[in-house]
Design a protein around this ligand. Structure first.
Ligand code: G6P
Length: 370
């Protein structure tokens, strides 16, 4: 076991660092970088069949559910398909409206999560098309689906998911681009631009990992706090949820992820000097300015702000007590880039608190009983 960890103390740490490789492997053979096209032969569809899809319902649990929330942006914005995201444990006991023009897309690292599998059964009964995004080859969710897009993240041993999250996001983006091409919702030139950007993702993730020392410093300054708020908007809202989940799972610190615009409807009442806020403030054309003003509101209530910012962003760093910075990334890739420092932050805080990072108490890698 020690050998399999290589130079790393924990599997989770190794798996966080494997993300550039996991993304490279997930892209391999599915993208024609020369011609700027996504092939993705795993999902055989004619343009007519792709145009008939009226809705996508993503079902998943835990971290895979948050990957689904990112996918909603891709399927809606790029392929113009209305998309819902549901927990397997909720979907399976409802009476969902399904038909042959609905795609139910299950996301699961293990492919064995019982609630996700039950949701897939439900989809089958409702005569929906059943697709999956899965990491473990030959697992139930792989075999049950009409079409399966593998993650190619490699075995994930740490109980808390890391590289499977980024690999799922990449699979969703590939699928959305393929659907966009078939449905004609993006021009070939637009698709070429997305493919060019995707090709840079492994390198971008590598550059984020190179800044681990910055994350360690922030972890040292904040590891004794017992409550954290994570705020994000748009594509970074699911990342706020995932960042908070990682902190909970690994370090047993209470952490809440919230859509930043909703802060005024509740969480603002909690803010004081004892609850730091992690603000996801990457530059984007839509929500960035609002995020800056929300950081000011936190500080006006004596809350400390740890800001995730784009390199060299003085406006954001001036509104923060501590900063984690990442290189500028194209908008659709921001979730994958932003999650890495939050995984590392949770990891280092947990190590400083002496927690069992790879086997957190009460958690299981794959939840196969209800
Ligand atoms: C468990 C694991 C999580 C994982 C979730 C869903 O709770 O501890 O890391 O995100 O199950 O697992 P799946 O294999 O379906 O993605």
């Amino acid at each position: 076991v020690a050998a399999a960890k290589g130079p790393y103390r924990h599997f989770m740490h190794k798996e966080i660092h494997e993300q550039p490789r996991a993304v490279t492997d997930t892209l391999r053979g599915r993208v024609d970088f020369e011609r700027g096209r996504v092939t993705l032969e795993e999902v055989p569809l004619s343009p007519e069949a792709a145009r008939r899809i009226s809705r996508i319902v993503i079902v998943a649990c835990g971290t895979s559910y948050y990957a689904g929330l990112v996918g909603k942006f891709y399927f809606e914005s790029l392929a113009r398909i209305p998309t819902e995201v549901d927990y397997g444990s909720e979907f399976r006991y409802r009476d969902p409206v399904l038909d042959a023009d609905t795609v139910v897309l299950a996301i699961s690292q293990s492919g064995e999560t019982v609630d996700t599998l039950a949701a897939m059964e439900r989809a089958r009964e409702g005569s929906a098309r059943l697709w999956s995004i899965v990491n473990v080859i030959g697992s139930q969710a792989h075999r049950m689906a009409d079409a399966c897009i593998l993650m190619h993240a490699g075995p994930e041993i740490g109980v808390a998911s890391s590289k499977a999250f980024t690999a799922s996001i990449v699979d969703e983006l590939l699928l959305a681009l393929r659907l966009a091409e078939l449905r004609g919702t993006l021009s070939p030139e637009e698709i070429r631009t997305h493919v060019r950007e995707l090709a840079r993702l492994p390198d971008l993730l590598g550059r984020v990992l190179d800044r681990e020392a910055e994350v360690v410093e922030v972890a040292r300054a904040f590891y004794r706090y017992e409550d954290f708020l994570y705020l994000g908007r748009g594509l970074l809202y699911p990342i706020a949820l995932e960042g908070a989940l990682k902190l909970k799972e690994l370090s047993y610190i209470h952490a809440e992820g919230y859509p930043a615009g909703e802060m005024k409807h509740g969480p603002i009442a909690l803010i004081d000097e004892r609850m730091p806020t992690v603000a996801l403030a990457l530059q984007d054309p839509v929500t960035y300015e609002k995020m800056l003003s929300q950081m000011e509101q936190v500080r006006a209530r004596r809350g400390q702000v740890i800001a995730l910012i784009t390199d060299g962003d003085r406006a954001a760093s001036a509104r923060a007590d501590a900063v984690l910075s990442v290189p500028h990334a194209p908008r659709w890739l921001q979730p994958a880039v932003a999650v890495v420092p939050l995984q590392l932050l949770a990891y280092h805080i947990a190590v400083l608190r002496g927690c069992d990072v790879d086997q957190p108490r009460n958690l299981a890698k794959s939840v196969t009983v209800e």
